[in-house]
Write a protein that binds this ligand. Structure first.
Ligand code: FAD
Length: 418
């Protein structure tokens, strides 16, 4: 620890690697670790059954046998509630869903999810309207780690993402907005790989879990651009969270447990208005520079379409726990994109666009002038699930950054890499 595999400013961001590591270790990681354990942030509402809109030949869910049955909590077979006593099939080499280490625990919290509105996110493909297909998942009981999901299925999804929806930009590309989607996805992919390496099933026979540092090196560390993209994605999401600070501070974190809810609010405030973050990295990513030039709005729409496709692809992930975290993290990224890039072109949340029907124009005024006007047509609004996804995503990225900061330099040295 102490020496990083990379140095200097994180490409296309405003802070350097050392500052990010330091802030993460001192402020972000401790706060986020606490925050995601609170009742508000540990339950995620999700439709786990996949209606894969692509590849109909394979049926809807290619590895359905790997999934845990979706039934109401009271109907759950007792063994599923106690993962350690599950009867297992040891020849399931493709996906370990249904095995103790991968079973999805859908602990219900009937007090969660109230007081928030349903509003569309133009960046995602979620059809997450309340119905019988939605389940509540306790994220704390379902850590993102190795599940044994390998082979053609995940390969095809990553291929579809990279080749059809966010091809790598040519080297030397200087237009930041053309690089953004690839970098975000590559950063997320690196983070998923890091969590697989950090929580790996080392010995199936004895159910021994530990770190797989060779995998970490092969999939992430030996490609400096993947490390760089991870830091980029982390700073991008951090910027989204701090940009939406006023909204997130006022949001309702009520789960019916006043003591816990007060703690959630206090932790949130410490994250949103942290003087150490503001001093060391006040603007983790500068979104105001984007979409300004000619063709900017069209490019933004194209990227929005591509991101929606990526969001739809999550329904094709053939391993239940991977799908859970894939959906959560893509929703989290979509929420960050919505915060930073949606809103009628207005990039500053301290401003509001107002529409004057008689004159037929939209104008933008500082918030302090607003009291004289009644019609507000642009205001940031987030769903509860979006806030949960955004915060959990930031925590996942923070854990990944912390892990490679701690073990990265010595691994790279041992393996003779960068
Ligand atoms: P993959 O990680 O599948 O990579 C495929 C190809 O993509 C590589 O050959 C390389 O060319 C390129 N690539 C790899 N990393 C990057 C990067 N950071 N940036 C740019 N290009 C890159 N498995 C689990 O065990 N647990 C999980 O929780 C889990 N979650 C998943 C979630 C999703 C949404 C998907 C699609 C898959 C998930 N998987 C998970 C599977 C896992 O990501 C791998 O696909 C699997 O382990 C096989 O790895 P691989 O070595 O074939 O390389």
């Amino acid at each position: 620890p102490g020496t990083h595999t990379q140095s200097g400013i994180v490409e296309d961001c405003c802070c350097d690697y050392e500052t990010v590591d330091h802030l993460n270790e001192e402020v972000l990681d401790p706060l986020l670790q606490e925050l995601v354990k609170t009742p508000f942030f540990r339950y995620f509402k999700v439709k786990l059954w996949c209606d894969c809109p692509f590849w109909p030949d394979d049926g809807m869910c290619i590895l359905r046998d790997c999934s845990v049955c979706e039934c109401p909590e009271h109907e759950f077979p007792e063994p599923l509630k106690r993962p350690s006593s599950l009867g297992l099939s040891s020849d399931d080499l493709v996906c370990r869903e249904g095995k103790p280490e991968a079973a999805v625990d859908r602990t219900l919290d009937t007090k969660a999810f109230r007081g928030w509105i349903e509003i569309d996110n133009p960046w995602t493909n979620d059809d997450e309207t309340d119905n019988g297909e939605m389940t509540y998942v306790n994220l704390q009981l379902n850590p993102e780690r190795y599940t044994g999901y390998t082979g053609p299925s995940p390969r095809r999804i990553w291929d579809a993402i990279y080749t059809e929806n966010c091809p790598k930009y040519p080297s030397g590309e200087f237009c930041q907005q053309k690089k953004i989607l690839y970098k975000l996805i590559s950063g997320l992919h690196a983070s998923i790989s890091i969590h697989i390496a950090a929580g790996y099933l080392l010995d199936e026979a004895t159910n021994l879990w530990g770190q797989n540092l060779t995998l970490l090196y092969d999939r992430v560390l030996r490609s400096p651009d993947r490390v760089s993209n991870l830091y980029f994605t982390f700073l991008f999401v951090l910027r989204a969270v701090t940009k939406a600070a006023d909204y997130l501070e006022q949001a309702e974190y009520d789960t019916g447990n006043p003591e816990e809810d007060l703690k959630t609010q206090s932790l949130m405030r410490q994250l949103l208005y942290n003087p150490k973050i503001q001093a060391a990295c006040p603007l983790p990513f500068d979104e105001a520079k984007l979409w300004k030039g000619q063709g900017g709005p069209e490019l933004k729409q194209q990227i929005q379409r591509q991101f929606r496709n990526i969001s739809a692809l999550m329904d094709c992930v053939g391993c239940e726990k991977c799908r859970l975290w894939g959906k959560l993290q893509v929703l989290g990224l979509g929420t960050a994109l919505k915060i930073l890039f949606s809103g009628d072109g207005r990039e500053n949340l301290a401003e509001r666009v107002i529409y004057l029907p008689r004159i037929g124009i939209k104008i933008c005024l500082r918030l302090t002038w607003l009291t004289n006007f009644h019609v507000i047509v642009y205001q940031l609004q987030l769903q509860r699930n979006e806030v949960i996804a955004l915060t959990n995503l930031l925590n996942r990225l923070s854990e990944s950054v912390k892990f490679i900061h701690e073990v990265g330099p010595s691994i790279s040295k041992t393996m003779g890499g960068p």
